[in-house]
Ligand binder design. Structure first.
Ligand SMILES: Nc1ncnc2c1ncn2[C@@H]1O[C@H](COP(=O)(O)OP(=O)(O)OP(=O)(O)O)[C@@H](O)[C@H]1O
Ligand SMILES: [Mg+2]
Length: 420
């Protein structure tokens, strides 16, 4: 027989319930049935456990949360039937609440069809991305352009000495996607790779630069293209010693990996991101296993005008090999239209530029929504898979120094919504 008890609390303003909700979600649900309701600063728990000592234990743990004050369980004003929060396993990944306070959850199959998180600067894109990333129970990689995300496993450079693990086409595409190569530069690289394959068992970016340098200059165009290419390659050569190599990647994704790209030059960031996506795509083709790649500032690696970029290929074919992208950008119009076309799930934060708002609204098939996009607040988004829903995203703390505490009162409520 189950012992059931209802526990109610008043939630003080600014109260961080992340730990409490994790405890309820991951620990208590192992033993008891739990129903959580959080409405307008009130929190109600309905617990049904196999014995009374478990109920007492949960009660004692809840009493330790200083910003929760015990309250009598009366129906919440304005909510005659309190909303139910359902659980992660049944509903997918719950990222926030809708206007009625009901949880908004993303079934994993939505994310598998690739996602786009878009919004003007400061609208809450990275926070949303991190909320999804941290909850996702699959191998995952976050390409962190600005080094703003904290995680248990962060690396800040990748050793590119083993490029031989990639096919020539993958290497060439990674260079072409990052360095705007001319046809002549592309040709030179192709020739150099052919030589390296014959003469070296393993090679990296320095070897490629060395081989380009030693090429015979048989004509003027050859000389000019060679030096232009060398200048670009120089920008990719890192002075840092990195112990983490691309071959370490697949195993490191298990518990999630954040790759901090902030120490690289812009070209370097693009190149590393492209090489990594290429490598993981090649691995996925050989051995399909579900994995997710989150790409911050995605317009840099899926740019408009380069519709054969590495990431474009993943958008088009990744799903069948279990590789899924979550692209994050503030410049939707600077991205390849394929990114819009091939991301079934869109999470649209505030777009302050009318042109951007209209472009995104049209792309998702609801042109009239552009006005809503303009007026969204920080942390608010319109989620569109089939039909659009307004969602207040729960924020996960992503950096110890991040000013997540400095939010508007409106967003405070949102951020304390549980991820049930
Ligand atoms: N869901 C949320 N709830 C509460 N506050 C939020 C939420 N999302 C974002 N914020 C606040 O807004 C600030 C900016 O958020 P964030 O860095 O995620 O925006 P961004 O769109 O990624 O910005 P940028 O384009 O500069 O990278 C955060 O520091 C945080 O204080
Ligand atoms: Mg950001």
């Amino acid at each position: 027989m189950l012992i059931c008890k209802r526990l109610c609390y008043k939630v003080e303003e600014g109260c961080d319930l992340t730990g409490t909700f994790s405890f309820l979600k991951f620990v208590v649900t192992k033993y008891c049935k739990v129903r959580v309701e959080l409405v307008k600063g009130k929190l109600a728990l309905k617990l049904c456990c196999p014995n009374s000592s478990l109920v007492k234990e949960v009660k004692a743990r809840m009493n330790l949360v200083e910003c929760l004050k015990w309250a009598r369980c009366i129906p919440f004003p304005g909510y005659p039937t309190p909303v139910k929060l359902t659980y992660f396993k049944e509903k997918g990944l719950c990222i926030g609440i809708d206007e009625r306070g009901s949880p908004v959850c993303l079934p994993i199959r939505w994310l598998e069809r690739h996602a786009l998180i878009v919004g003007s600067t400061g609208s809450g894109k990275s926070t949303t991305a991190y909320t999804i990333f941290s909850e996702l129970p699959f191998p995952k990689l976050l390409l962190d352009w600005h080094g703003e995300h904290e995680w248990s496993n962060v690396v800040d450079c990748v050793n590119l000495n083993h490029l031989e693990k990639l096919s020539d086409i993958e290497i060439l595409d990674s260079f072409a996607s990052s360095l705007n190569l001319s046809d002549a530069q592309y040709y030179i690289l192709m020739k150099v790779l052919q030589l390296l394959r014959v003469q070296r068992r393993s090679f990296g970016i320095r070897d490629i630069a060395f081989y380009v340098k030693s090429l015979e200059e048989t004509s003027r165009w050859m000389r000019e293209s060679k030096y232009a290419l060398l200048r670009k390659l120089e920008m990719l050569i890192s002075r840092k010693k990195c112990s983490f190599t691309i071959t370490d990647l697949p195993n490191s994704l298990e518990g999630g990996l954040v790759l901090n790209l902030s120490d690289y030059t812009e070209y370097g960031k693009r190149f590393v991101a492209n090489v990594i996506i290429s490598y993981l795509f090649a691995q996925a083709k050989n051995n399909p296993t579900k994995a997710f790649i989150f790409v911050e500032e995605a317009h840099n690696i899926i740019p408009k005008g380069n519709e054969i970029s590495v990431a474009d290929k993943v958008f088009m074919e990744g799903r069948k090999y279990g590789l899924h992208l979550v692209a994050i950008t503030q410049s939707p119009k600077a991205m390849s239209p394929n990114a819009m076309k091939n991301t079934a799930l869109k999470i649209v934060h505030a777009l302050r530029e009318v042109e951007d708002a209209k472009y995104v609204a049209e792309s998702i098939g609801y042109p009239e929504l552009w006005k809503e996009f303009i007026s969204l607040e920080v942390g608010e988004a319109i989620l569109s898979f089939r039909k659009p829903i307004r969602v207040f995203i729960s924020s996960k703390k992503r950096n110890s120094s991040s000013p997540l505490a400095q939010r508007s009162t409106h967003n405070k409520e949102v951020s304390h919504t549980p991820l049930p």
